[in-house]
Design a binder for this molecule. Sequence first.
Ligand code: MV4
Length: 452
Amino acid sequence: MLRRVLVANRGEIAVRVIRAAHELGIEAVAVYSTADRDAMHVRIADRAVCIGPPPATDSYLNIPSVVAAAGTTGCDAVHPGYGFLAENPAFVHACEQSDLVFVGPGADVMERMGDKVRAKAELAAAGVPVVPGTDRATSLPETAAVADDLGYPILLKASAGGGGKGMRLVDGRAALEGAFQMASGEALAAFGDGSLYVEKALIPARHVEVQVLTDGQGGVLTLGERECSIQRRHQKLIEESPSPALTPERREAMEAAAERACAAIGYRNAGTFEFLLGPDGEFYFIELNARLQVEHPVSELVTGIDLVHGQLRVAAGEPLPVTGRAPRRGHAIELRINAEDPRRGFAPSPGQVERFRPPLGPGVRVDTHVEDGLVVPPYYDSLLAKLIVWAEDRHGAIARGRRALAELEVTGVPTTRELALDILHSEQFVAGSYSTSFIEEAEHLLPALRAR
Ligand code: MV4
């Protein structure tokens, strides 16, 4: 087993990973910026190393500082959490160079999957359905020709992108040239690579992702799907499992596709295959997230499997004790509580949390780093807490989510709590019939979005 792991992150996920390490008898070393001196992850770790000033580029994103912190504290492994350096192949490489086990996939797979066109091509070769479009980056004239074949609307996506960054919807030939120049310029500025690829736009679509855990020795476990369509500007707000949109047959087809893909690309550790469910109900692969995701607890609650334990075990070289489909039971819903003001276009609302009283009781889990008096710094993401509820069925989980949100008390900063309540009371959510356009379409029906 691993002896000591450096947790290269902050916030709730650093707390989550430190807890899992401790449960397995592994020591945990925290890193922190000067803005996080008093943070919960620093306090619960066995040791903590200050790695720089508040801006992430000078601390949590600084590869030499993070690797040095692992070295000076005698760590044998690094867990990246999500965000920051979690999908940075140069970081994985730097860890390997310093004889540190990176808790995640190898640098090579990560690099290949970071190139979104290449990821699609490799998955298509493994027999996974992908969205119709180009199988490589294209020039403007090529794009115009392909778009005529595909039919509008189309989406321009950055080859080096992901998560919706640098994506542009084009509804006809007249808008193509301008959109192409804008998207390419944005991609160049954001990723240092302006190349674009084209896809048929599937609208309306649902976003459904499949969780996997593999041991890199041929063992693949799939943990079902998460429905993530309730989002705004690619920031997910609510996730649930199972998806109300899948039949058992389609679910099995998606898990089998993810399992095949893991073998084909040589994937190791935890990962998530993102699919779109088209208006036709068919599924199409779009991206592979080579990391643990924010919404992973939803899968943990329906399978009873601790994904972070699993990540640490397979990183230590243990084979998976069970493979195939993880058995599951009941229904789980995650409600993200962000320090954002839904009345003001979800503007981040850093400041001091006066009081934080999490809900308790049956079927409730709260993953958070928040305590009374916490000062939420403006430098990082705005996630305060994840409220995850479980019940035997979807109806029971919704009822439990409403009950838990009503118990939750956060004062001092505006949050997304009331919006989550509105959504859990909305007709569309209760019926399970919603797409990625839900928030925009339901705007007038969600009181928490109305400016006072
Ligand atoms: C799409 C799409 C429709 N058609 N691709 C956004 C995030 C990135 N991972 C891919 N995204 C999308 N790609 C095609 N061909 C719609 C989206 C999309 C979306 C996807 C998942 C979750 C929320 C979304 C919100 C808007 C658009």
